[in-house]
Design a protein around this ligand. Structure first.
Ligand SMILES: Nc1ncnc2c1ncn2[C@@H]1O[C@H](COP(=O)(O)OP(=O)(O)OP(=O)(O)O)[C@@H](O)[C@H]1O
Ligand SMILES: [Mg+2]
Length: 251
């Protein structure tokens, strides 16, 4: 198995407040891992540390064997550590296809050609068609982003992340705000992600977690409470106590 993301002894203090402590975990190629834990457990802080939004107080982060602990966020993106985009960054009047074209060109640093001849950039149309297909957005290719249904916006966010050619893809609540009836479409799209990608999903909806994840990492009070297969985690009494509670008992 190819180790893609290796986190060792990661810690973060804000002043005197320790919000992350001694977190170690590994993601291998092909992993489908969910990061769960109660509100305030430190999930978002962990993602911010890994992606380089904030510097850690201690610990190391390696991507495909390379120490990235001190690399700036943009450099980590270039190396293939990608977090899904946020809705607020989308330009509302641009179409879905235009967004994806821009993302691919930006990745290859070819944006200067955008105004000249998008149609002539080798491979661009095929790559964008592939992204649309993977995310189930082909029908919406010519729709302005401002008119997209919320579920489709979330799919576009994942498509934009995918356009960066990730090795490790971090999805922060990919179905947030999407009606439960539509969340299956997002899961279906996630199922079609490239197999060798390592995917880490932060998610509160346990139905989604159990449908997506082969492994689960549980954070509580800034620490790793436990990790294992979905089956092991749901059966772990410590997890029931801090998080799953009556929900797991009801199963
Ligand atoms: N910049 C900051 N300064 C001080 N404390 C912070 C900062 N960012 C986060 N915290 C604290 O760190 C703890 C973990 O927060 P974090 O947002 O990582 O939790 P979370 O697991 O993502 O929660 P949620 O499920 O609500 O999204 C919280 O107690 C929070 O108040
Ligand atoms: Mg959070």
């Amino acid at each position: 198995m190819t180790k893609l993301l290796e986190v060792e002894g990661l810690a973060k203090n804000f002043g005197g407040l320790q919000v992350s402590a001694d977190i170690s975990m590994t993601l291998n190629a092909g992993d489908r891992c969910a990061l769960i834990g109660p509100n305030g457990a430190g999930k978002t802080t962990f993602v911010n540390l890994v992606t380089g939004v904030i510097p850690p107080s201690a610990g190391t982060i390696r991507l495909a064997g390379r120490d990235i602990t001190r690399l700036p966020a943009a450099e980590r993106v270039r190396l293939g550590l990608i977090r899904s985009f946020q809705v607020a960054r989308l330009f509302k009047s641009m179409t879905v296809r235009e967004h994806l074209e821009l993302a691919v060109l930006q990745r290859d640093r070819r944006t200067f050609r955008l105004f000249a001849s998008v149609g002539k950039v080798a491979g661009l149309a095929d790559e964008v068609a592939g992204l649309l297909d993977t995310m189930g957005l082909t029908q919406a290719a010519h729709t302005a982003v401002g008119s997209l249904a919320y579920g489709q916006q979330r799919l576009l966010e994942i498509a934009l992340a995918l356009a960066m050619k990730p090795k490790v893809l971090i999805l922060d609540e990919p179905a947030a705000g999407v009606p439960h009836s539509e969340s299956q479409r997002i899961l279906d799209a996630i199922d079609r992600l490239p197999e060798d990608l390592a995917v880490l999903m932060i998610e509160h909806d346990m139905d989604l977690v159990f449908r997506f994840a082969r492994t689960i990492v549980v954070l509580a009070q800034g620490r790793l409470l436990c990790s294992g297969t979905a089956k092991e985690i749901v059966a772990d009494p410590r997890v029931r106590e801090v998080y799953l509670g009556s929900r797991a008992d009801a199963r």
